[in-house]
Write a protein that binds this ligand. Structure first.
Ligand SMILES: [Zn+2]
Ligand SMILES: [Zn+2]
Length: 389
């Protein structure tokens, strides 16, 4: 599928354009509004009549999250029994989420998957807009279930978690998260795990989690699209092919990296991310500028869908908190030069489905010539699964 034909399915990404304009031309009202609010707070407190007693709250309502003193039994607003507040370490929590897709075919080896017959099936590309939306919905549903279970099983009171723990808990409902304290990268996604460096500021931990989570989600979308095209059950073999497809060619790498980069910006602020990650890839691609721009448009559209998935968990309040912690901790100036070059175009659903075809069809053909590499990927994958608690 020629890349430039996708341009007739594009439209302006107004949301992203506005978010960038806010950084380039910050609204003057912002600063003074903050001062006013602080002024209000000072006036509201009447220091002379401050003689309230501090009661330790040891219970919480699992429904509304309100906290209660010891001895209380029920939240009468919600009519539910209270639970004990426990110190939950989200960092040590083992959730091990899984995304299941059932199909008629059950392939047991790469040799069974990577056949001429299956290549033909992939190339026929029977993926509709409805199918694509179903994939996005499946992912959301699966994660909501995982998160709900984790919260109930561990008696977690979401309201009492710090912002970074909330984001970490959401991330862990998608994929396993591990920590590293070595190397120069802030984080990376490898096989079925995200690694984040724990020597960074909470604000950067949050952006790193969003970035790596995006890589994971794009892999998941591609894997589920493959399952649909091949009518097969999802296994680590399919996941390995999806990882391979997104990383093997610089073209797919650029789409993947631009999507992750943009998701970061959509949840924190544009202009603060590491532009070098995709600029380095861009330099290795020998394509006309319009086509490079179209690859970014594909990445940008994926990022909008990934944001849509993540927003099932991240409400406006948490989003505002994340941006706030980011503004307070990250004092560098945004990268104005690259900010002005951000891609602000989206594909419509029809274009998006074709773009997935663009990513998957070539990738599947190349996978057929790289079975040994795929076997290595899969061995790592199985390894990671075994080492889980
Ligand atoms: Zn309640
Ligand atoms: Zn990345």
């Amino acid at each position: 599928m020629p890349l430039n034909e996708l341009s007739r399915y594009t439209h302006d990404d107004v949301g992203k354009r506005n978010a960038i304009a806010d950084i380039l031309y910050p609204p003057v009202a912002f600063k003074s509004m903050r001062m006013e609010r602080m002024g209000d707070m000072v006036c509201d407190i009447d220091f002379d009549s401050c003689d309230f007693e501090v009661v330790e709250k040891t219970k919480f309502c699992p429904k509304c999250g309100e906290e209660f003193a010891d001895g209380e039994l029920v939240c009468f607003n919600c009519m539910v029994k209270l639970k004990d507040i426990k110190d939950v370490s989200v960092r040590d929590l083992e959730i091990s989420p899984e995304f299941n897709v059932e199909g008629t075919n059950n392939f047991n080896s790469f040799e069974e998957i990577l056949t001429e017959e299956n290549l033909e099936r992939v190339n026929r590309f029977k993926l509709t807009i409805t199918d694509y939306r179903r994939i996005i919905r499946n992912i959301k549903q699966s994660v909501l279930r995982t998160l709900d279970e984790a919260v109930r099983k561990n008696d977690i009171n979401l309201n009492s978690l710090s912002i970074e723990d909330k984001v970490l808990l959401f991330a862990k409902s998608f994929v396993n998260v591990d920590y590293k304290s070595y190397g120069g990268e802030l984080g990376y996604f490898e096989f079925n795990k995200i690694y984040v460096d724990d020597r960074q500021l909470p604000a950067l931990m949050i952006t790193t989690l969003f970035h790596e989570l995006s890589h994971f989600l794009l892999k998941e979308i591609v894997a589920q699209a493959l399952c649909h095209l091949l009518d097969c059950t999802k296994t680590s073999l399919i996941d390995s092919i999806a990882v391979f497809i997104l990383s093997y060619t610089p073209i797919n790498q650029l789409i993947d990296e631009y999507a992750a980069h943009t998701v970061e910006g959509r949840f924190t602020l544009f202009g603060y991310q590491d532009y070098s990650s995709f600029l380095n890839i861009q330099r290795t691609i020998d394509l006309p500028d319009e086509e490079i721009e179209m690859l970014k448009t594909i990445g940008n559209t994926f990022s909008a869908d990934i944001k849509d998935i993540l927003e099932s968990f991240i409400d406006d309040e948490l989003l505002a908190d994340i941006k706030d912690i980011f503004r307070r901790q990250i004092l560098d100036k945004p990268d104005y030069k690259n900010l002005a070059l951000e891609n602000c175009t989206l594909l419509n659903s029809r274009g998006m489905v074709q773009a997935i075809g663009f990513v998957v069809c070539d990738g599947f053909a190349i996978s057929m010539e790289n079975v040994e590499t795929l076997k290595e990927y899969n061995a790592h994958w199985e390894d990671n699964n075994e080492h889980q608690g």
